[in-house]
Design a protein around this ligand. Structure first.
Ligand SMILES: *[C@@H]1O[C@H](CO)[C@@H](O)[C@H](O)[C@H]1NC(C)=O
Ligand SMILES: *[C@@H]1O[C@H](CO)[C@@H](O)[C@H](O)[C@H]1NC(C)=O
Ligand SMILES: *[C@@H]1O[C@H](CO)[C@@H](O)[C@H](O)[C@H]1NC(C)=O
Ligand SMILES: *[C@@H]1O[C@H](CO)[C@@H](O)[C@H](O)[C@H]1NC(C)=O
Length: 424
């Protein structure tokens, strides 16, 4: 079970009562989620390959394993909206649409488990889901039990058709009911997002004691404009959002749209890097049957995933923003005393069609260890040499693209060696 790690146990000491302690999601959860790519397509008559059906999820589960996503860390496959029947069963339980999920959800969860994956569920705190299917309001206890009986490992709880001012009670109530089933289930909340829309300031300290992850901003859609707006939101609100994140409790900027229709190759690298820097949950929403090899390689890049999954669980910070160029820093392991290593993302938002040269003195990124740092470009693993706090690192960043490096703290003092320039 990848959700549980030793670091989790250490955090119970250090982090005390500040966070949800169900032992889950000690690093940002990773998986595949249907929504962004497959939406509410229920037309299995005319579009049998792409409609929301058990066949789609079984296909994706197979590909998660055979195409290497599971080995890369993506271990959850999750339903989103529109899997439900419009009617509960006679005994009041939720049930799947019988035509599209003829074997029911328990059988699908069993299938997913048989592939070595975790199974994710979607529901909504309100009277209806956003797509108009039955919500859990007035059925909280029954539904928590049903999810446990079905073998659900992860619950995404949306917030349509609900009163955001009641969510401070409703989301914790359902969280307790999930807990009382005795089955470990990661709890993904939309609570702050709906509160912010209504002008209510979410209490992230409280939310972090209830949910393992939560959405705070708009749904992502298939465009660079959408990705950019999310990056801006996270930069502009970082003083509120960074302290809220940590092992077991994460801000969720929404799905990875890499491999779909809206992002170029460089923009896809940029989303992957930024989601790593933000310690974001990594949920792909893409057709794994048709994804191009270079996009698959981005999603499976070991170095970038390692930054995202770093055990410190610190969300990165935007430290520079000027003329369309941004620099973001995420502290990562290993540490030397109080000093940490760091991943840096140089993000170019400019569209004037030539790459931009960006420089930073390491000290200005908070890298002050006199022992020096081994600097490595992350996508191709190119070694750029040893840098000291007063050395200048220069990279060349493509338009609407990114260069990501990791500065690994040296345990022993080392001399400045060769310095290369990254980029094309
Ligand atoms: C099923 O739900 C629909 C829509 O909510 C409702 O109109 C219909 O009466 C229900 N059917 C049964 C058999 O309960
Ligand atoms: C329920 O909550 C308690 C107290 O936080 C925790 O120790 C336990 O692991 C939780 N159990 C489940 C199944 O989530
Ligand atoms: C936020 O929640 C925490 C933890 O429950 C609580 O101690 C604190 O008083 C709350 N803050 C506000 C402003 O309500
Ligand atoms: C660690 O960082 C501090 C400044 O934050 C610096 O004074 C100290 O020299 C650093 N330690 C080493 C071994 O470089």
């Amino acid at each position: 079970m990848k959700f549980v790690s030793l670091i989790g146990l250490i955090c119970i000491w250090v982090c005390g009562a500040l966070a949800l302690e169900n032992g889950l999601a000690r690093t940002p959860p990773m998986g595949w989620l249907a929504w962004e790519r497959f939406r509410c397509n229920t037309d299995c008559t005319n579009d049998p390959e792409n409609c929301i059906s058990e066949k789609l999820f079984m296909n994706m589960a197979d590909l998660m394993v055979s195409e290497g996503y599971l080995s890369a860390g993506y271990n959850i496959i999750s339903l989103d909206d529109c899997w439900l029947s419009h009617n509960r069963s006679e005994s009041g339980q939720l049930q799947a649409d019988a035509n599209r999920f003829p074997n029911g959800i328990k059988a699908l969860a069993d299938y997913v488990h048989s592939r070595g994956l975790f199974f994710g569920m979607y529901e909504d705190y309100g009277t209806l889901t956003c797509g108009g299917y039955p919500g859990i309001l007035n059925h909280l206890e029954t539904d928590a039990k049903t999810f446990a009986d079905w073998g659900v490992d992860y619950v995404k709880l949306d917030g349509c058709y609900a009163d955001p001012s009641e969510m401070d009670k409703g989301y914790p109530d359902f969280g307790s009911l999930l807990n009382q089933t005795g089955r470990p289930m990661v709890y993904s909340c939309s609570w702050p997002d709906y509160q912010i829309e209504k002008g209510i300031q979410p209490n992230y300290t409280f939310i972090g004691t209830v949910c393992n992850l939560w959405r705070n901003f708009d749904d992502i859609d298939d465009s660079w404009a959408s990705v950019s707006s999310i990056i801006d939101y996270y930069g502009d609100n970082q003083d509120t959002l960074i302290p809220a994140a940590g092992p077991g409790h994460w801000n969720d900027p929404d799905m990875l749209i890499i491999g779909n229709f809206g992002l170029s190759y460089d923009q896809s690298r940029a989303q992957m890097s930024m989601w790593a820097i933000l310690a974001s949950p990594l949920f792909m929403s893409v057709d794994l049957r048709t994804i191009k090899p270079e996009m698959k390689a981005i999603l499976q890049n070991k170095n970038i995933i390692e930054v995202n999954q770093d055990e410190l669980g610190i969300q990165g910070r935007r430290i520079f923003k000027k003329s369309g160029v941004e620099i973001w820093v995420k502290p990562v392991q290993p540490s030397l005393g109080d000093n940490r290593s760091a991943a840096l993302a140089f993000l170019n938002r400019r569209t004037d069609g030539t790459p931009t040269r960006v420089s930073i003195v390491l000290r200005d990124a908070g890298l002050t260890s006199t022992s020096g740092y081994k600097v490595q470009e992350m996508f191709d693993g190119l070694n750029l040499g040893i840098f000291h706090p007063d050395n200048t690192l220069t990279v060349v960043v493509n338009p609407s693209g990114v260069v990501m490096v990791k500065c690994t703290i040296q345990k022993k003092k080392s001399l400045v060696s060769k310095k290369k320039l990254v980029g094309k």
